[in-house]
Ligand binder design. Sequence first.
Ligand code: 5GP
Ligand code: MG
Ligand code: MG
Length: 182
Amino acid sequence: MRDDIKEVYFTEEQLRDKVRELGARITEDYRGKNPLIVSVLKGSYIFMADLTRAIDTPCNVDFMVVSSYGNGTKTSGEVQIIKDIAQPIDGRDLLIVEDILDSGVTLHYLMQILAARGANSIRLCTLLSKPERRKIDVNVDYLGFEIPDEFVVGYGLDYAEKYRNLPYIGILKPHVYGGEGE
Ligand code: 5GP
Ligand code: MG
Ligand code: MG
């Protein structure tokens, strides 16, 4: 699996340091607020596990699964909720945790849906962002790293459901995309 990586973008140490930094900021900002921290599966599962352990103030955690539609599909919304948050969110301070902000379409619509349910506040924490790819402007409150327009894997992020368990983030060798390979 590791032979398929062309270049490591962020090592385990870099990720650990960044997660600690974000966790410390979130701890300060949410002290006494008992935030509801919501991870959008599956890509953010490792980031969520590490980030919440770097937060030193009481909080609740929950998980969502969403599927996004491109423009011009027959569905009414741009986002379909496959698995919802298991509790009411009115009056809560929500922190959405994402792996990567790309076009911004999914997050934009997801944040609208959650805002309509009467949350007291909604903030976004994303480990990665590709600003060049943005189609809809999304405000990021806690950002790990900006990256160029390259497809990255590892630390929860997949290619064809593989590579999520790599402990670092990197880009794949071109042959991996070429079809059958070992
Ligand atoms: P968007 O911001 O375009 O609505 O959707 C972002 C989603 O696209 C992410 O949550 C992730 O699932 C996927 N994605 C975008 N860029 C990458 C990437 O470089 N690597 C991987 N593995 N997934 C990506
Ligand atoms: Mg995601
Ligand atoms: Mg994926």
